[in-house]
Design a protein around this ligand. Structure first.
Ligand code: SF4
Ligand code: MSK
Length: 678
């Protein structure tokens, strides 16, 4: 626990502070940085000014995998002439070191998603065994749809007559098989076969179908230990297995099982930005990634007794809002507003209006606990894997067997804290409306209607050129770049060029705050072809598909597009590209690599820690396409970033022989405009 003296040090105003208007394109964020600085509260934006990143680490060529290091191999300023003689004490080359560092990011990212998935699978098993009354099977239809993927029968023959099996019987079998995916030692993870046949066959040929989720992650850690795997290509091969075990394993299982117990998202309306906080209510922000406890908090906050208790303390009610991907989960399923993205977590507390910030796992900055000591906010940690040394946090450990009890306890702490506000809160007015909840099932329904759900209309519009292509734009915020600028510039440039955007994570939040997640955005931001399609179908041009684990929904949507026909046989044939303009998390590297391994050209912004190893870099950016069909790329400039994606989309259109169709569409539009002008 921090002493008075250390607390003072931790929140001390830094010598140099950031210039708020140069930190973000979001006005609510700028206002709150100004407030923080006026009150002497340090935020990540200030620290980004006072602390520079390590140049060698940024190049990916610092190795500390044994105690003879760290061995640091920066790229000489003059570049490499002739043979690259750089090596660590053991002889490790820059390529080996950068590939090992890259692989360890894949391992960490894959383990974060997968451990999240494991937690869900364990609760799902408890539900199936009827050991917890707090959770139920909310979407039996989804369970029936996924059961065959595990080889679980949904019907049974009794006296020659086929009957539906009991839903909890199906759930138990699915739960046991799903949970075994983590510890599986041999064979293949079940969901690998969900990929288009050509993709699955390619993975088999390359020997990269994941055997078990934990196994592939452990193998990365072994291979990257001192003195083991010393060829970057072979290291990347294991990255491919582990990343696929994330995208088509841990993440996809997390998404599916969450849908079964909490409901599959369908389009719903919600609000976003710091303006969702309410001055007269008890504000509780739920932050992190796992929806297990937060789902219970949503239920508890609606209980009359709890609302009356809040009123007894002088509040008008209880206002829940989300942050990061726990926020996305609640928004998608309940329309609970989102207070902000990753870089707004400290700022939410600085409003002075937050009674409690309840955190679970991932993307929680330790400094929220320090900031909270300057206000009345209680930071409540809830997961045994994620405790904090800083500040004065409260720990209430979540357990699925008494989940509602935990949720009520947390809400009571928040309510009791309402009367402790230190000053009049300052809540920025910014609050945008957004339409969210486009699971791949919802897209299917929206495009084809309830009786004949299908991706065929989407494919038709890609083939006829109204839609130029599909982009998955996802990922974090990064304090080393102008907050939300990369996200919005890339997305707007894609829309202008008739590329429909699928989004998740903090990119979705940037888009929501900028008003891009509404059907009305189509006429403002899209090229004529995409605008016409969105207006006809009544969808936003940017489709919010959920949280970080829900990038698996993008994989499923891409597979559905392949299955609908006319655009090739594999995901790598599609006029599609992926992007993370402001990434920062190791999870983003795992996601990026499973996109690449699934056949998607994927561009990252801000930085890529491979620049110090040119041969390895060239392998990721240029050579990988020959084997996997997808490849990595890097571009910090958001306009050039978007145009690299568009160039790839056009390359694929040409390969499919549909480039001429688009030229005709554009001519049609120009002709139409000429006619209208006449
Ligand atoms: Fe240096 Fe090799 Fe040890 Fe890495 S593994 S720290 S390169 S000696
Ligand atoms: S929350 S991983 S900052 S997207 Fe999923 Fe945002 Fe990145 Fe966390």
């Amino acid at each position: 626990m921090a002493t008075e003296e250390t607390k003072e040090k931790e929140v001390k105003k830094p010598k140099k502070t950031a210039i708020p208007s140069e930190c973000s394109v979001d006005s609510a964020t700028v206002k709150m940085i100004e407030k923080a600085q006026a009150e002497g509260v340090e935020t990540i934006f200030d620290r980004a000014i006072t602390m520079s990143p390590c140049a060698i680490g940024a190049q990916g060529t610092c190795c500390k995998n044994c105690s003879m290091g760290p061995c640091r191999l920066p790229l000489p300023k003059s570049g490499i002439e002739g043979k690259d003689e750089r090596k660590g004490l053991c002889g490790a080359t820059p390529n080996t070191i950068a590939a090992r560092n890259f692989a360890r990011m894949v391992a960490a990212g894959a383990s974060a998603h997968s451990d999240h998935g494991r937690g869900i699978a364990e609760v799902f098993l408890a539900v199936a065994r009827k050991e917890t009354g707090d959770y139920k099977i909310k979407d039996p239809q989804k369970l029936i749809e996924i059961a065959p993927d595990f080889g679980v029968a949904t019907t049974v023959t009794v006296n020659g007559e086929e009957k539906d099996r009991d839903i909890y019987e199906i759930a138990l079998e699915v739960a046991e098989k799903a949970l075994a995916e983590w510890g599986r030692q041999e064979g293949e993870i079940y969901y690998a076969k969900r990929a288009p046949k050509a993709r699955y066959e390619l993975w088999k040929k390359l020997g990269v179908v994941p055997r078990g989720i934990d196994r592939e992650i452990v193998e990365i850690m072994h291979r990257t230990h001192m003195g083991v795997d010393q060829h970057y290509e072979n290291i990347v091969k294991q990255c491919t297995r582990a990343a696929l075990a994330d995208g088509w394993g841990g993440s996809m299982l997390a998404t599916d099982l969450q849908d079964v117990i909490f409901g599959t998202p369908y389009p719903t309306q919600g609000h976003i930005n710091l303006g969702v906080l309410e001055k007269d209510q008890v504000n509780v922000i739920i932050h992190g990634h796992e929806p297990l406890l937060s789902e219970m908090i949503v239920t508890a906050a609606q209980e009359t007794e709890m609302i009356e208790y809040a009123k007894s303390k002088g509040a008008k009610g209880i206002n829940l809002s989300g942050m990061c991907c726990t926020g996305n989960e609640l928004l998608m399923r309940h329309g609970i507003p989102i207070a902000g993205d990753f870089l707004q977590q400290e700022l939410a507390i600085i409003t002075g209006a937050v009674e409690a910030m309840v955190v679970d796992v991932q993307c929680i900055m330790e400094n929220v606990a320090n900031v909270a000591t300057c206000f009345h906010t209680k930071v409540i940690t809830t997961n045994p894997r994620a405790r904090m040394e800083s500040g004065e946090t409260i720990h209430i450990e979540f357990d699925e067997h008494h989940a509602m009890e935990d949720a009520r306890k947390i809400l009571k702490i928040a309510i009791d804290n309402f009367q402790n506000r230190k000053a009049e809160p300052m809540i920025p007015s910014e609050k945008e409306v957004q339409i969210v909840g486009f699971s791949y099932e919802a897209i299917n329904y929206h495009l084809g209607g309830s009786f004949r759900g299908s991706y065929t209309p989407l494919n038709d519009n890609i083939i006829n050129g109204r839609i130029r292509g599909i982009a998955g734009v996802v990922g974090c915020n990064n304090a080393r770049t102008l907050h939300n600028n990369g996200h919005l510039t890339v997305v707007k440039e894609l829309l202008k060029n008739d590329v429909i955007v699928l989004t998740t994570g903090c990119n979705a939040m940037a888009c929501g705050k900028a008003g891009l997640l509404t059907p009305e955005a189509a006429s403002v931001y899209c090229g004529p072809g995409l605008a016409e399609v969105c207006e006809t179908v009544g969808i936003p041009p940017v489709l919010h598909m959920g949280s970080c684990v829900d990038n698996s929904r993008i994989l499923m949507a891409a597979s559905e597009v392949v299955k609908a026909g006319g655009l090739g046989k594999d995901i790598s044939d599609l006029p599609a590209a992926g992007s993370a303009p402001e990434w920062m998390s190791e999870k983003a590297i795992s996601i990026g690599h499973y996109f690449v391994a699934s056949g998607v050209y994927t561009v990252f912004g801000v930085t890529m820690p491979v620049g110090g190893a040119p041969v390895f870099e060239d392998y990721l950016y240029n050579k990988l396409e020959a084997s996997l069909g997808g490849m990595w790329d890097f571009e910090a400039d958001p306009i050039k970033h978007a145009h690299k994606m568009i160039a790839h989309i056009d390359k694929k259109r040409k390969a499919l022989g549909i480039d001429k169709a688009r030229e005709r569409v554009l001519m049609d539009m120009a002709d139409r405009q000429k006619l209208e002008a006449a």
